[in-house]
Design a protein around this ligand. Structure first.
Ligand SMILES: Cc1cc2nc3c(=O)[nH]c(=O)nc-3n(C[C@H](O)[C@H](O)[C@H](O)COP(=O)(O)O)c2cc1C
Length: 219
């Protein structure tokens, strides 16, 4: 009996910690971020967030394919390379939300664009089995704005040198952890661009290129 009670208390504490760490009420939590049921049909507004500092590189090529497919299907697409923007690390002052444009760096402006989009594409090369620091910094800045990113459809575009899917796992889990802390947002698809080291070498991986285009076309 004592053991059962102990187990119950331990599990309750675990779930409390998980929810608190997300900043979300347990009743509002996604059961799973992987839910390929689309939120919206018809024309959508799409925001592609590219985070590689290598211009014209592998992830950017895949982002452009996604964009091409989506535009051909008459969706509205905006693509941003977040390296072009001033995105500060999460700091103590960001525990308080502020929508005053004078306080804000570009992170808040980009988060407002995310809030206005139906579909958000997160793109990153694998950096030491995780995502780019630029992308992680932007994601951290969503703290206190999670409720603004409600019911979004997410895609991930990820590239890596290693020629196996497992190389992408850490990056995928990082993105999933983020979506898990949003409200009714879901992961619709992943473009897995593994086996591509040099800039442009992703073009030798027609499956990933085609997949990016098809996801865009059928968004
Ligand atoms: C800082 C850094 C860390 C990297 N870490 C990994 C890694 O852990 N695993 C891997 O397979 N490739 C790694 N790579 C290679 C890139 O993921 C790969 O070249 C990718 O295609 C780059 O995409 P991009 O052209 O869009 O920048 C790393 C590259 C850099 C610059």
């Amino acid at each position: 009996m004592k053991t059962k009670l102990g187990l119950f208390v331990l599990m309750a504490a675990f779930f409390a910690v998980v929810c608190i760490s997300c900043g979300k009420e347990s009743s509002e939590k996604n059961t799973s971020p992987v839910n390929t049921e689309k939120v919206k049909s018809g024309p959508k507004s799409i925001l592609i967030l590219s985070s590689s500092p290598r211009r014209g590189g592998n992830s950017e090529i895949l982002c452009n394919e996604f964009k091409k497919g989506a535009e051909e299907a008459n969706h509205t697409v905006e693509m941003i390379n977040i390296n072009d923007h001033d995105i500060q690390f999460f700091e103590n002052k960001y525990y308080e939300r502020s929508d005053n444009p004078e306080d804000a760096d570009d992170a808040i402006r980009i988060i407002h664009k995310m809030a206005a989009a139906d579909v958000i594409v997160l793109s990153s090369p694998v950096y030491f089995y995780s995502m780019t620091g630029q992308m992680k910094t932007l994601i951290d800045r969503v703290f206190k704005y999670e409720k603004d990113l409600k019911s979004k459809e997410f895609y991930y575009i990820i590239t890596a040198t290693d020629n196996n899917e497992e190389a992408l796992e850490g990056t995928i889990q990082g993105f999933r952890g983020f979506i898990h802390c949003l409200y009714d947002s879901r992961e619709i698809g992943i473009v897995r661009g593994f086996g591509a080291r040099d800039s442009g070498s992703i073009l030798k991986k027609p499956t990933a290129v085609q997949e990016a285009y098809e996801f865009g076309k059928n968004v």
